[in-house]
Design a protein around this ligand. Structure first.
Ligand code: FAD
Length: 411
């Protein structure tokens, strides 16, 4: 019989939930923390880009959830259905209710595959693939390896998405694979992005534009994927153009554009799981609508002071990455300890995120930045340069830091 009340209940046993639990169990002791997580396995998602290019073994990115649940925590293997925040109660999919003193929401995000008309039933076949799902990532590998030429189309949706660099990283690696296979000359690579530039942080646009030029990749900006016709292998985009009127006003017009492809790497829009808004815990409007409402620095819910958020689910203007979570975890840990002692939280998250932009096998630009695009480099090196050392960090060191450091509350 599992307990019906916890001092701390953590929703989600992914990167954020486990990293936090591993630290707080040392403070709270055994039996005080419950973790609600329906999945049987835990994933190291950042390596999926490498798996898609055949540079990392898929199986190494997955471990049984039971192995990562910190000793002393109770795993409730079911999903959250609703949070009744005014009653400190959570309704679980198993039908039972659990009470808490403090709650951390860390359920990540949802991939909105259904938002792309015509995609259903075609992901993983007919030349359509994605590195954004564990079950799909090896199909990316085989499609890239089997490609014999034509148009390879890579899609980047409107933000927020997790690891906004991944849709272009897999494209750069695909370019390398096509060259190695001798099919690059008969291949056109197109990056169709909903954004207005190659990367949101201005300091990294020039080096990334140089990569596009070096590789002969065509970027099409302000392109939002609407649908695909998998039989005809045509993707339809809403293309937005902006012009200035005589009085200086900005005029926008949207037209449809079809792009024929031989290979399509697709990434959908993303959102928080619907229970967050249904539990009245979400931002009501603005760019963060639907995401968990928290103070962007303390990560505490503004209305329910015993609720904190961590990771992709949070409605903060950062870049959704595991690297962001590494900096959020100690902030939430210390703020929770203060809240438990009836003090106001005093520890602040600066929006740090990092994106190791793989531009080739053996080359990475380590983009590290915080709120308002402020550069926050860890190393005393020019952060906008492609480096082999940062490839070693991404390929070899970060996975170890994840499994042996973050998930054990040591990094
Ligand atoms: P997750 O780790 O996704 O965990 C959320 C958990 O909540 C899951 O286990 C899920 O099963 C559970 N859950 C969902 N719904 C419910 C529910 N109703 N009730 C209970 N539990 C629920 N980050 C980097 O730092 N660097 C990179 O290079 C990088 N590359 C990436 C490449 C790819 C292809 C992808 C997909 C991601 C990448 N990331 C990268 C992003 C990083 O993996 C995520 O930002 C991070 O894992 C998010 O952690 P999280 O705890 O918020 O969510």
């Amino acid at each position: 019989m599992q307990p019906k009340k916890f001092k701390l209940l953590i929703l989600g046993g992914g990167t954020g939930g486990i990293s936090l639990a591993a630290r707080l169990v040392r403070h709270l002791g055994p039996g005080q923390i419950g973790i609600v997580e329906p999945a049987s396995d835990h994933y190291y998602q950042p390596a999926w880009t490498l798996v898609g290019a055949g540079l990392y073994r898929k199986e190494k990115t997955r471990r049984p959830e039971a192995e990562v649940i910190p000793r002393g925590c109770t795993w409730l293997q079911t999903a959250v259905q609703k949070v009744f925040a005014t009653e400190n109660r959570v309704r679980l999919a198993s039908g039972t209710d659990v009470h808490y003193d403090f709650l951390v929401v860390a359920t990540g995000l949802r991939l909105n595959w259904e938002s792309i008309a015509g995609l259903q039933g075609n992901l993983g076949q007919n030349g359509v693939c994605s590195i954004y799902e564990y079950d799909q990532v090896d199909k990316v590998r085989s499609m890239l390896h089997d490609f014999t030429g034509g148009t390879a189309l890579f899609v980047m949706p409107a933000p927020p998405i997790k690891c906004a660099g991944a849709p272009q990283k897999i494209m750069y690696l695909a370019d390398g694979l096509f060259r190695k296979a001798g099919v690059r000359a008969q291949t056109k690579i197109i990056f169709a992005t909903a954004g207005k530039s190659i990367f949101a942080i201005p300091e990294f646009t020039a080096p990334l534009n140089a990569v596009l030029q070096r590789k002969g990749i065509e970027a099409r900006f302000s392109h939002r994927l609407l649908s695909i016709d998998a039989q005809k292998k045509v993707a339809t985009f809403a293309k937005t153009t902006e012009t200035k009127a005589a009085d200086g006003a900005l005029l926008t017009a949207t037209t449809e554009e079809n792009i024929a492809y031989g290979l399509l790497h697709v990434v959908p829009t993303m959102s928080a799981h619907s229970y967050v808004a249904e539990s009245n815990l979400a931002c009501a409007d603005g760019p963060q609508a639907g995401w968990l409402q928290v103070d962007m620095h303390t990560l505490q819910h503004p209305m329910h002071r015993n609720i904190f958020g961590i990771g992709d689910v949070t409605g903060v203007p950062n870049s959704k990455t595991g690297a962001a979570i590494r900096k959020q975890v100690p902030v939430v840990e210390r703020n929770l300890i203060e809240a438990m002692a009836c003090k106001s939280p005093s520890h602040l998250y600066d929006g740090y995120a990092s994106c190791p932009l793989v531009t080739d096998k053996g080359r990475v630009i380590l983009a590290e930045f915080g709120y308002n695009g402020k550069l926050l480099p860890t190393f005393p090196l020019n952060p906008t340069k492609e480096r082999f050392s940062m490839w070693v960090l991404k390929r070899y060191l970060l996975p170890r830091l994840y499994w042996d450091g973050m998930l054990r509350g040591r990094a």
